[in-house]
Design a protein around this ligand. Sequence first.
Ligand code: C5P
Length: 206
Amino acid sequence: MIIAVDGPTASGKGTIARALAAHFGLPHLDTGLLYRAVGRQVAQNGGDPDSPADALAACGFPDSLLDDPELRSEASGGLASRVSVHPAVRRALYERQRAFATQPGGAVLDGRDIGTVIAPEAAVKLFVVASVPARAERRFLEMQQAGRPVSLAEISADLEARDLRDRTRAEAPLLAAPDAVLLDTSDLGKEAAIATAIRLAQARLG
Ligand code: C5P
């Protein structure tokens, strides 16, 4: 049983994916972290995230990097969005995600292209969206709690830039699979969003 949860940044897809994994007793992979790790590794190498060669060279990042809290920063998200446009980077990260998705018993993965590229056969596909103001507000509160001072205007601008890059890139753009269920969390609190996602997943699973 594969559950694919796709959507833009701060749409609530990560929270929903973790809750679905706990509810159905499945392992969960946040695939954005892989792209964030590549982005950070490029920076640590002194490379250019817009260079396909520099980005590909960073795909061999050590697993320990995935635990670095810095991966959650806005800067890492921006770097991830830049390295993720390179087809060679997407290919380099494909097998790891595919192996996770197809492990015996099933899995929950969240990202941008899980339902379209990584696991098109997923039993459940959710495409989670929310308005830019709702997402910016959430990210702002998260950053405040994490002690990272960023203005709401900066966050909105960053979200819009990343959305544009993710939606318009040539390879694996952010796109709802034709058989995905749309879940708009703009007006939903965390618990309501989770309850709705579980209901939708259960309906899909029959
Ligand atoms: O989900 P998160 O905000 O952590 O993702 C960071 C960036 O990584 C996204 O903006 C996107 O460009 C990229 N990404 C991707 N494909 C995925 C997951 C993330 O291209 N499956």
